[in-house]
Write a protein that binds this ligand. Structure first.
Ligand code: B1M
Length: 231
């Protein structure tokens, strides 16, 4: 938002408000993003609509300009900070379903990779859908994953990778699960922009999840199969 123009948020249409969010995300204005998220909530827009229409769509634009060399790491970090500020407001609202816990998931970004926005989004959506989520953060080694699985005994392991150089590490983790004799005890879901279904199949994950909504649907589907097989 430029200093010269006085923007009155309440006068903006939904499209204008979301467009402003895209611009402020691009400029890394965390405080403005927070105000805009509050404005959108006060109008009764759902947290999911604000997340996808305002924040995720804005981050897509950042991604394109980062790829094309228009934005650089410091600017993208500022945008990521602004995105997190907005997500911080939405997180408790997305989780506020009051639904009984339907399963447990350990999730983390793989070793060598510090991207966590998508992973955080998946965690938030899973919590919102009634899963208990243990978030291991970024840069997770095999030992970190194995330790968390032994400690928390989750139904699902979720792994995220955003780099073509780090996605092969998922295979290393799955191999370790096999060596430990626990592969069949856990549902392995993987995601991240450079992955696809073929890759997931190749590394013997249970499924590739294109986005957070697909992750929730896939997790629910696998939990149903697991519960049915136990009856
Ligand atoms: Co990075 N980066 N980055 N970056 N970054 C990408 C990934 C890149 C595609 C940009 C580009 O060139 N177009 C490119 C990767 C190229 C490649 O490997 N093919 C890239 C690069 C090269 C790099 C560095 C190497 C840059 C450098 O230093 N020269 C460096 C690497 C650092 C490292 O990890 N070791 C780097 C650094 C950074 C920042 C630190 C500046 C910052 C990260 C901040 C943070 O995450 N806290 C950053 C960002 C923000 C991006 C982009 C712009 C945006 C990623 C993002 O947050 N997207 C990204 C470009 C892009 O993807 N368009 C880029 C929004 C998010 C909601 O989507 O993460 O895809 P996404 O998550 C989705 C789905 O993929 C899926 O659901 C999510 C929600 O719908 N999903 C899962 C993700 N994880 C899942 C796990 C699941 C299920 C679904 O488990 C079940």
């Amino acid at each position: 938002m430029s200093d010269e123009e006085e923007i009155i948020l309440s006068e903006l249409s939904r499209e204008e408000l979301y467009e402003l969010m895209h611009e402020d995300l691009y400029d890394g204005y965390a405080a403005e993003i927070e105000e805009e998220v509050h404005e959108a909530l006060s109008r009764g827009y759902t947290p999911y609509d604000i997340l996808t229409g305002g924040l995720v769509a804005g981050m897509d634009i950042v991604g394109i300009d980062f790829r094309d060399g228009i934005l650089f790491v410091p600017e993208v970090l500022m945008a990521a900070k602004a995105m997190k500020a907005g997500m911080g407001i939405l997180r408790p609202l997305l989780a506020e379903t009051g639904a009984p816990r339907i399963g447990k998931m350990v999730i983390g970004t793989v070793k060598g990779d510090i991207h966590d926005i998508g992973k955080n989004l998946v965690g938030m959506m899973m919590e919102g859908a009634g899963f208990e989520v243990i978030d291991l953060g970024i840069n997770n080694s095999v030992d970190k994953y194995l330790g968390a699985i032994k400690e928390h005994e989750p139904d699902i392991l979720g792994m995220s990778a955003l780099l073509t150089t780090t996605m092969p590490y998922m295979r290393v983790v799955i191999q370790a699960l096999k060596e430990e004799g626990i592969r069949q005890d856990i549902i392995v879901l993987v995601g991240g922009a450079p992955l696809n279904e073929t890759f997931a199949e190749d590394i013997e994950a249970d499924a590739y999840c294109r986005d957070a909504a697909v992750a929730v649907e896939t997790a629910k589907k696998f939990m149903q199969i697991r519960q049915a097989s136990r009856q």
